[in-house]
Write a protein that binds this ligand. Structure first.
Ligand SMILES: Cc1cc2nc3c(=O)[nH]c(=O)nc-3n(C[C@H](O)[C@H](O)[C@H](O)COP(=O)(O)O)c2cc1C
Length: 142
């Protein structure tokens, strides 16, 4: 393979990380809105996709994308003062993304989200095991 071709060959592996954390802050609803706004803007540019669940007390997020990009993003997120106790629940390399259409999907535990909850439940039926194991009970139990 020539150097030119090597340079053109992109890393096609996807790193998918799921973590939980404890929400910190006086206005978590406002935090969530702001986190989603910034995430959707940044992740769209960085080719990162994922999903953020929160009940106002904890966050559970899945992030997937180029392995180096995800590592840098995780470092940034772990240092964010709006949460603490970031714990990795699953960390896998996969051949393709599970959430490719979602720059950052989101679900809260409130009862108004029934339609979205059903959409996510449908999506989860075909999701990889690591994603289904963590998010399945959250979507089922609200
Ligand atoms: C629970 C949580 C999830 C976050 N998820 C993302 C994310 O997916 N993408 C992102 O760019 N920033 C995310 N952030 C925000 C980052 O910590 C950081 O504030 C942001 O990336 C800085 O972006 P900026 O340099 O464009 O201001 C998250 C923060 C928290 C607390």
């Amino acid at each position: 393979m020539t150097n030119h071709l090597k340079a053109a060959t992109r890393d096609c592996r996807v790193r998918r990380v799921i973590y939980s954390s404890v929400a910190v802050g006086d206005d978590r609803k406002e935090d969530r809105v702001e986190i989603l706004r910034v995430s959707r803007a940044n992740n769209g540019l960085d080719g990162v996709s994922g999903f953020l669940w929160t009940d106002g007390l904890s966050y559970i997020q899945v992030l997937e994308g180029n392995p180096e990009t995800v590592t840098l993003l995780l470092t940034r997120i772990a240092a964010d003062p709006r949460h603490r106790d970031v714990r990795i629940l699953s960390d896998q390399i996969d051949g393709k993304k599970a959430f490719s259409d979602w720059a950052m999907g989101s679900l809260t535990s409130d009862r108004d989200g029934a339609v979205l909850r059903e959409q996510v439940a449908r999506f989860l039926r075909h999701a990889p095991d690591d994603v289904r194991t963590v998010f399945g009970p959250l979507v089922a139990n609200g």
